[in-house]
Design a protein. Sequence first.
Length: 378
Amino acid sequence: MDRLGIAINNYIGQSENELTFKERDLIMILGQFDDQGGWWQGLTIDSKKGWFPKDYILTFKQYHKQKKIYEFKKKIQDQELPKPKIFGNKLDVVLMNQPSLPNKTRNPLPNIVTDSLVYIRKHCMDLEDLFLHALPDQEIGNLRALYDVQLIKNVDEEFPTNNLHVVPNLLLDYLQKLPSPLLTTNYTKEFLNKQRSNNTYESKLFSIKSLIQLLPIENRDLLKVIMELLHDLVPQITEIQKIIKPNSNNLKISKKSQLSQIFGPILIGSQITKHKNFQDRDVYGESSALCLLLMNEYNYFFAGGDSLDSKKGKESSSKKAVRALMDYNADDESELSFKKDQLFFVITKDEDGWWEGKIDEKIGLFQGWMVQELKNIK
């Protein structure tokens, strides 16, 4: 059970076969002395071997069970150990300070992001409420503390599996603490304006894709992997919940909406609301709509694929027209709003009763029973 530990208190040995050490000394833990595990055998940095009470040592593999990690974090503040700050630090600074990959190349993503994504894809993709289950800050504080002093070595061993929501919340915490918007201060306003514009759908997509290419490479890489995760996650959530609640028709909309409301503000940061041109706008609603667009059109923005509009619609020569049977005001950015007797076109029909349609340049969802189908329009 050889493990490295750190002394969290001074200890003076009471016999010749016991160790004496000071707080913050490094101890190699060699084994246990009794069945209850109250005493451990260890080796000090100057090769002295002996026994000590286990409560005097903090092992790295048990950090998430130990509240004393907070004390440890405070006590090492003045110690000359490498401790580049991760949470709340600039993205480019974090990348510059973190250790290189084995081939001596720079990791294009912060280790906290890479590790979290590996863990989430391995353990959490089947969680019904992934990213929607908030935890108290103290439950992720242990992991945050160890990342800030670079003591995370083995993700699978050191990340907890008894509560699968800890790591997703840790990733959110890191993203929310970024000191500048993921879309950068220089381009955030332009992204929001493009999202809000009345341009054609394809023109809007092209403008936003062009802005993405202008982002610093570290921001672009991080944006891509986050949107890829959300893009991959939504179909999984939808399928799981249809099994659990087969009669619920609004799951596809609500899950996308909830995720976009969580990650949208991360894209634009908090300072944008202070800008004089944005004080009277629902910027967080706009950021959620932008996030939803990035999720839906991931393949177009980041993977070189076609847009959903061009794949599903392609402005085909034959369109299915419908007439609205009632007034409807959308509850979500993903839905269409329409007036009674308004005519518009259907793009696709899903078996769950939700159809996708197009009014002017907006593509969105609506329930099929709200409309009457008309003859095809050439």
